[in-house]
Design a protein around this ligand. Structure first.
Ligand code: PEP
Length: 247
């Protein structure tokens, strides 16, 4: 059985002093972790966290990556730059980027492709809005988002990580029930299985108000291989309880 993966998404939070304390506490508390642990941090802090993690098992991730390899793209950060800083993961297609930056399914798929080509594992986020869920469109939406990534990435799809993040559960305190999450994970698993014989390798994470109280029940579901954790990743004690629940 593959190890679970718990990845924190700090979003646009942190400062040098707070990061230092948080990362040291996470490293100290994750010594016996049965899962892989990562923190996806704002780009300016990648070097700081990379230095802090030296000698530990903590992995570092970015929260986005450019779809371009290099050139006149002011403000963008390339996958090769991330790789140079020892970054293992890059979140792509987070709903906040889809919503506030107009990222399309095709763009997200291209970002995943560029990350993989540079040796950075994309954590591809998919998920439906509340209106889409209430309109009975959950399956259609997540399958469409996933299909774009499969189409662009071909056989490399087995190297990605997928995070199912229902938009209505992100930062709202309203978590999907373990059954709701498992239902979507199962259909994503089936879609990936039809795309690659190596689908068993792919981690399917759940994200959306995962916390110390609900993590164990979510992580006990057969197709949930870990979590992408926003708010609760900013407090070492909460994050470490989720890490401890991932066995
Ligand atoms: C996220 O931003 O990826 C996320 C899951 O946030 P939260 O855990 O705060 O809902």
């Amino acid at each position: 059985m593959k190890k679970k993966l718990i990845a924190g998404n700090w979003k646009m939070n942190g400062d040098l002093a707070a990061n230092d304390a948080l990362v040291r506490a996470v490293i100290a508390g994750m010594k016996d972790a049965a899962c892989t642990v990562a923190v996806c941090v704002p780009a300016p802090y990648l070097a700081q966290v990379q230095m802090l993690r030296t000698g530990s098992a903590l992995e570092v991730g970015a929260q986005d990556v450019s779809q371009h390899e290099r050139g006149a793209y002011t403000g963008e950060v390339s996958a090769a730059m991330l790789k140079e800083f020892g970054v293992r993961y890059a979140i792509v297609g987070h709903s906040e980027r889809r919503q506030y930056h107009g990222e399309t399914d095709a763009l997200v798929a291209e970002k995943a492709r560029v990350a993989l080509a540079a040796g950075v594992t994309p954590i591809v986020c998919v998920g439906e809005t509340l209106a889409e869920r209430e309109g009975g469109k959950t399956e259609e939406v997540v399958k469409r988002q996933m299909a774009a990534v499969i189409h662009t990435n071909g056989h490399c799809i087995s190297e990605i990580v997928v995070a199912y993040e229902p938009v209505w559960a992100i930062g709202t305190g309203r978590t999907a029930t373990p059954e709701q999450a498992q239902q979507v994970h199962a259909l994503l698993r089936a879609q990936l299985k039809a795309a690659t014989e190596h689908s068993g390798r792919i981690h399917l994470l759940y994200g959306g108000s995962m916390n110390a109280a609900n993590a164990a029940a979510l992580l006990a579901q057969p197709d949930i291989d870990g979590g992408l954790v926003g708010g609760a990743s900013l407090k070492a004690a909460d994050f470490l309880q989720i890490v401890g629940a991932a066995r």
